[in-house]
Design a protein around this ligand. Structure first.
Ligand SMILES: O=C(O)CCC(=O)C(=O)O
Ligand SMILES: [Fe+2]
Length: 365
């Protein structure tokens, strides 16, 4: 592996040095022309790591970056609206609608809840021209912002998917794009997340639980620290470490569906979100490119499932109460990826704001 990042190798978090994992950087403009070296590089990144930084600086990616800025502005406005307005439709479907803080398990496992609110907009609904979005962002300018962003994210992720098909030597109907056609129903969605400061949510509502994504590819934007990953290692995924935000880049990672579609050859990325600075509001945007609903693949337990079934079962595992979640196979939450040791090798030195959460981690480990 050839790491290409200027980020520090460790960073201080909660009183100890935590790794900042190096990773490959893929140039979007080169990928757009299917540059053979870049195709090989992105394929290797998915085979060996399951993630990479996508550099969108330059004429081809700049439009995506501008769309992202517009979405960020819209998010700030939306999330400051009253709860009743944001929750006008509630969670319409698991890939569509509003979820308040605390709907899922939190960053530090059983007994904690998540510390973010989230609005998801379905790509299919945007394409059909009748999206159900809450009134604070329902005017025509806002809908255009969402349409542009979803259009850009769709193009960018399809370019990556196409390079991966080529890199894996797939042809004709076997190419990954053929199970991600725009006119077929899917749970593909744009997800906008707002993590509240830990001192507002309290010590038991923090971050985002450790998981792999349901999706084929996730295109993730955030300027702020907080995302952690466990890179795959020879004896199972290694220690939790941070992903350094990079200007003009998106963090792209492989989710379960593409790992399954690759016959388990691609790595699915184990990640979670923790409060890097417990006093700040954190904003992130994730585009989840998902396979057509009726795509069949063999999951981590060897069962034949459709993309929609995997989506619904795993979403349920994310939102189930801890007792039920503990009964779900571990391969559900982590997509069959294996870990080496606990998330945090030594118990976290408790910072005042997350004292309860740190205790939970120590117990869990
Ligand atoms: O907020 C982030 O940076 C990551 C969110 C995430 O992992 C997810 O929504 O699946
Ligand atoms: Fe995720």
């Amino acid at each position: 592996m050839a790491p290409t990042t200027e980020a520090p190798q460790t960073v201080e978090w909660q009183g100890r040095q935590v790794p900042v994992w190096p990773m490959r950087t893929i140039n979007y403009s080169l990928l757009l022309s299917q540059d053979p070296d870049e195709v090989e590089k992105v394929t290797k990144a998915c085979l060996e790591d399951g993630y990479f930084q996508l550099d969108l600086n330059g004429i081809d990616g700049r439009r995506m970056l501008e769309d992202r800025e517009e979405v960020l502005r819209l998010m700030h406005r939306f999330f400051s609206a009253p709860l009743e307005a944001k929750n006008e439709y509630g969670l319409i479907d698991s890939h569509l609608g509003y979820e308040p803080v605390g709907n899922r398990t939190g960053a530090f496992g059983a007994g904690t809840r998540d510390g973010y609110e989230m609005l998801k907009v379905s790509r299919d609904e945007i394409q059909q021209g009748s999206p159900r979005v809450p009134s604070p962002i329902k005017n025509s300018d806002d809908l255009r912002v969402l349409e542009h962003a979803i259009g850009s994210c769709n193009t960018v992720t399809k370019v990556i998917l196409s390079a991966l098909s080529t890199g894996m030597g797939l042809t004709g109907a076997a190419r990954f794009e053929n199970s991600h056609r725009n006119d077929r129903p899917s749970t593909t969605t744009l997800s906008m997340m707002h993590y509240l400061p830990a001192n507002e949510t309290g010590q038991h509502k923090i971050g985002h639980q450790k998981h792999t994504d349901i999706s084929s590819l996730t295109l993730l934007f955030s300027d702020q620290w907080g995302l952690q990953i466990r890179p795959p290692g020879e004896c199972g995924a290694r220690e939790m470490g941070f992903v350094a935000p990079r200007p003009g880049c998106a963090f792209v990672h492989v989710g379960d569906s593409l790992r399954f579609a690759s016959g388990m050859r691609f790595q699915s990325c184990i990640h979670r979100v923790v409060p890097f600075d417990p006093a700040e509001h954190r904003y992130s945007i994730a585009y989840f490119l998902r396979a057509e609903d009726d795509t069949m693949f063999q999951d981590s337990e060897g069962r034949w499932v459709t993309a929609k079934e995997w989506h619904d079962q795993k979403f349920k595992a994310f939102t189930d109460p801890p007792v039920w979640q503990a009964m779900a196979p571990k391969s559900m939450i982590l997509g069959g990826m294996v870990e080496d040791g606990a998330d945090d090798p030594v118990p976290i030195v408790p910072a005042d704001l997350v004292k309860g959460a740190a205790k939970e981690t120590a117990v869990e480990a």
